[in-house]
Design a binder for this molecule. Structure first.
Ligand code: ZN
Length: 163
């Protein structure tokens, strides 16, 4: 399967056999279950960095997609998980299911200059900190100062906590 783009309501999906890229709104106009096609590779990356909005029906569709892929024996890795989605995953365990989270966006704020941004946090180099619920610090683009997570660590890091 070569790369192609399709529109599900206000969600844009770019798909190949090994990668799905989702951008836009994940809501009741975006039936995701059709994305679990039989021509996918055994290892699939899903990139949700472009998702700007999710509602409860969108999350249900998302969980159904992950479940269907898992049942089909496909190992899913999540990259660039959007802020609106990682916070859902921290509230609803099934929202990440059996998928491996490789990187995610989180709201950060700079104490020195007040700038806010949503940097990408890579999981592998910070695994121990994340498991201990310590958000890694990030350098501020505006002033070079130290940015800290702009919310409770539980909202972003519970999903990495060691059982
Ligand atoms: Zn700053």
């Amino acid at each position: 399967m070569s790369s192609s783009t399709l529109q599900l309501g206000r969600l844009t999906v770019t798909r190949s056999a090994s990668r799905l890229v989702l951008a836009g709104r994940l809501d009741d106009a975006a039936p995701l279950s059709g994305l679990a096609t039989t021509d996918l590779d055994r290892h699939l990356v899903i990139d949700t960095g472009g998702i700007s909005f999710v509602n409860s029906i969108g999350i249900r569709e998302w969980m159904r997609l992950l479940r269907t892929l898992h049942e089909a024996g496909i190992q899913v890795a999540l990259e660039n998980v959007a802020d609106v989605l990682i916070t859902q995953m921290n509230m609803i365990p099934d929202a990440s299911g059996h998928a491996e989270i490789r990187s995610f966006h989180a709201l950060y704020a700079c104490e020195a200059c007040g700038a806010e941004s949503s940097p990408l946090i890579e999981v592998a180099p910070h695994r121990a900190e994340l498991a201990a619920m310590r958000p890694p610090s990030v350098k501020c683009d505006e002033c070079g100062g130290k940015m800290d997570l702009g919310d409770y660590p539980e909202r972003y890091l519970s999903v990495f906590r060691k059982p």
